[in-house]
Design a binder for this molecule. Structure first.
Ligand code: PEP
Ligand code: MN
Length: 338
């Protein structure tokens, strides 16, 4: 249920409502809007009528049910778009944010060189995997802590905040120290214990869509993070499994307008994993900008032919630079900047 407070409701009235929600066995989640405060009461549906009775309180405007199974990430609870601040970079606002970098951190020269290149092209966040979710146990698994240290070095050199993947709850504390956004990969989208743990932190989380998950399942996963107290979730569409084999995955761009209707969370697109081939990355990036995404995550490598992972879908810095130039007029045409 959502308890909508009247405009100008005093703090004591809000606290009284929160107390009553707890007394009914629900958890209150306060969302302070520009005009009104809204308190979402999340629970198992028992004693709902007691919540409804709160409409009789002086400072309560209305008590309305949340119809969707996802609550805190729903537009029903929060109408305005959420804007997530990552070290001063705002994700979800008018300005589109591009995260770029190699699939895997492979060495100092590689990551620092690419970081400088993507920054010069206009990227605002550096991506790079140190713990890699590989299909084969014999494939390169990532540089682990050594890789995290190199990402930190690249951040020091360029000022770019870092997004990197956390695969195992055991590594969370370590990755937390070195990263600015915690990436949950497609394969872990429904690792609920990992979602709860990152939900208990106060670092933004980039939640990639699972390989074969519906939008509703994806939002339920986001709900796991929000319900633990972390409101800073960025959704990332990265392609889903279909019968098509011409591309690595099928990039579901229709997820963008659907998500914009269902949730206030920012949505970014990863056309690199979405298509699997560098040749298709530019077109799908342009389409992502046009269809209302809040940003992009693009794999860039200085030597894709020698990359330890995902070389085939990585852009060379020069091509990435050109793409950024080509995206600008498209962003302007849809009322954004990039
Ligand atoms: C990645 O970003 O390198 C990655 C492994 O992505 P995904 O989880 O979408 O496959
Ligand atoms: Mn990759």
């Amino acid at each position: 249920m959502i308890i909508v407070m009247k405009a100008g409701a005093p703090q004591e009235a809000i606290e009284e409502v929160e107390r009553l929600i707890r007394e009914t066995g629900y958890t209150p989640h306060k969302l302070a809007g520009e005009m009104k405060t809204v308190i979402a009461a999340v629970g198992d549906g028992r004693d709902k009528s007691r919540l409804e009775s709160m409409e009789s309180l002086a400072y309560v405007e209305s008590v309305v049910p949340i119809l969707k199974p996802f609550k805190l990430c729903s537009r029903e609870v929060k109408k305005e778009d959420s804007i997530i601040d990552v070290e001063g970079v705002k994700i979800g606002g008018k300005h589109m944010v591009v995260m770029a970098g190699p699939c895997s951190v492979e060495g100092e020269e590689q990551i620092i060189g690419i970081a400088k290149d993507v920054k010069a092209a206009g990227a605002q966040i550096l991506r790079g995997g140190a713990f890699k979710p590989r299909t084969s146990p014999y494939s390169f698994q990532g540089m682990e802590e050594e890789g995290l240290k190199l990402l930190q070095k690249a951040k020091k050199e360029t000022g770019l905040p870092i997004v990197t993947e956390v695969m195992n709850p055991r590594d969370l504390d370590l990755i937390y120290k070195y990263s600015d956004i915690l990436q949950i990969g497609a394969r872990n989208m429904q690792n609920f214990s990992l979602l709860k743990l990152v939900g208990q932190t106060r670092k933004p989380v980039l939640l990639k869509r699972g390989l074969a998950n519906t939008i509703q399942e994806w939002l339920m996963s986001a709900e796991y993070i929000l319900s633990e107290g972390n409101r800073d979730v960025i959704l990332c569409e990265r392609g889903i499994r279909t019968f098509e084999t011409a591309t690595r995955n099928t990039l579901d761009l229709s997820a963008v307008p659907v998500l914009k209707e269902l949730t206030h969370l920012p949505v970014i697109i990863d056309p690199s994993h979405g298509t699997g081939y560098w040749q298709y990355v530019a077109s799908m990036s342009k389409a992502s900008v046009a269809c209302g995404a809040d940003g992009l995550m693009i794999e860039v490598h200085n030597r894709p032919e020698a990359a330890y992972s995902d070389g085939a879908q990585s852009l060379k810095p020069k091509k990435f630079h050109r793409l950024m130039e080509e995206l600008r007029p498209i962003a302007l045409a849809v009322g954004r900047t990039i």
